[in-house]
Ligand binder design. Structure first.
Ligand SMILES: Cc1cc2nc3c(=O)[nH]c(=O)nc-3n(C[C@H](O)[C@H](O)[C@H](O)COP(=O)(O)O)c2cc1C
Length: 175
């Protein structure tokens, strides 16, 4: 059966190396439209984003995560995903769904993307969340869940085949 979304999802891989290619603002806008269309708890739309393209700010963002964030430095754009905490208990889920949408949308435009985790991670001297919020001037009441690094694909990973997925994880009626 035709399943374009599966084809896209199976092709998507985490890309951590980026070329010097520039992503156009139009493509970034299309990706962000998809992010805004993600479902969210109670329809409160508590997720907000900062699209960072300034190289110096991108380098500083990379420094806000002491381990495992080095790929950010070569990204052409970094999307900072944050959630307004007063809008409900489901902030992690809300941010995560929007982030998943961003990853799929990026693949649609053959843009390399990788989730870089921020919640409960440490930066230079404080939590990554605090350091990023200070760097970007995010008001109180928001938490940064993660970053999505975006760039031209500097590595080509094989997509997944249907046989890579374990259908025994899908239970029917009972576990
Ligand atoms: C919640 C979550 C946190 C992640 N954190 C990081 C991270 O901090 N750094 C990183 O390089 N990749 C991170 N990833 C990407 C995963 O490592 C990657 O999705 C996984 O290894 C599967 O590979 P694939 O994306 O190529 O299918 C994260 C993914 C998720 C969903």
């Amino acid at each position: 059966m035709n399943n374009q979304l599966f084809e896209l999802a199976a092709k998507r891989r985490s890309v951590r190396k980026y070329t010097d290619a520039k992503i156009s603002d139009d493509v970034i806008n299309e990706i962000m439209k998809v992010a805004l269309a993600a479902p969210c708890s109670f329809g409160h739309r508590p997720v907000e984003f900062v699209v960072v393209r300034n190289k110096k700010t991108i380098r500083e963002l990379a420094g806000c995560k002491s381990l495992g964030g080095s790929q950010i430095i070569c990204a052409d754009a970094v999307i900072v995903v944050m959630v307004e905490l007063s809008r409900g208990e489901f902030w992690i889920e809300d941010g995560a769904v929007a982030s998943g949408y961003i990853l799929l949308a990026a693949e649609q435009y053959d843009v390399g993307a990788c989730w870089v985790h921020i919640r409960n991670r440490t930066g230079r001297s404080r939590s990554s969340d605090e350091e990023i919020r200070e760097l970007l001037g995010v008001p109180d009441g928001y938490a940064v869940l993660n970053l999505i690094a975006l760039g031209g694909k500097g590595e080509r990973k094989k997509g997944y085949a249907e046989s890579d997925f374990d259908f025994s994880k899908v239970h029917r009626e009972t576990f």
